[in-house]
Design a protein around this ligand. Structure first.
Ligand code: CO
Length: 140
C-alpha cells in the first residue's frame, strides 16, 4: 500500500547548524529556506536529494511535539520516515483496521508538502515513527 519514500524526518535543535552539515560536509546543493509551521509546532527545511529528501525539523514554540525527542537526543537525530500513499483516509482506516495507532485525533493534517498527512505510533511500527502522506495529485 505504501508508495515512494518521500522523505526522512530529522529533528535538530538548529536548522542552521544542520544545513551546514548537509551543505558543507555532505555536499548537498539544493536546500530550501526554512519556514514555520505553527500548527505543527515546527520549523521545516528540505534538503533535496536526487531520489528523496531530508526534512529538517526544529521546535517552534513551547508546545512543539519534538521537544521531548530533543531532550532524549540533544544533538537531534532521525525522527520519522515518510511514505506516500494514494488516499490518506483509506490509509488511516487500513492502519487502524490492522491494529496500528494513529496519532492525535486521526484527522489528517496538512503537512509540509501541502497534502494531508497522518502519523502512526512507533510502538506498532518496530520503533519507527511513520508519516503517511497523500501523494500530490498529478505527481505520477
Ligand atoms: Co515529515
Amino acid at each position: 500500500m505504501i508508495g515512494k519514500l518521500n522523505h526522512i524526518g530529522v529533528a535538530t535543535p538548529s536548522i542552521e547548524e544542520s544545513v551546514k552539515l548537509y551543505r558543507d560536509v555532505l555536499g548537498a546543493t539544493s536546500i530550501t529556506d526554512k519556514w514555520a509551521m505553527p500548527e505543527q509546532g515546527v520549523w521545516v527545511c528540505f534538503v533535496n536529494l536526487p531520489n528523496s529528501q531530508i526534512e529538517l525539523i526544529e521546535p517552534y514554540g513551547d508546545a512543539s511535539p519534538i521537544h521531548a525527542f530533543l531532550t532524549k537526543n540533544p544533538k537531534g537525530g532521525q525522527h520519522h520516515v515518510c511514505f506516500e500513499v494514494e488516499d490518506i483516509i483509506a490509509a488511516r482506516d487500513d492502519m487502524r483496521a490492522k491494529g496500528a495507532t494513529v496519532l492525535g485525533t486521526g484527522e489528517p493534517r496538512i503537512g509540509a508538502h501541502g497534502t494531508p498527512v497522518i502519523f502512526v505510533h512507533p510502538k506498532d511500527m518496530g520503533g519507527v515513527l511513520i508519516e503517511l502522506m497523500e501523494a500530490p495529485k498529478g505527481a505520477h
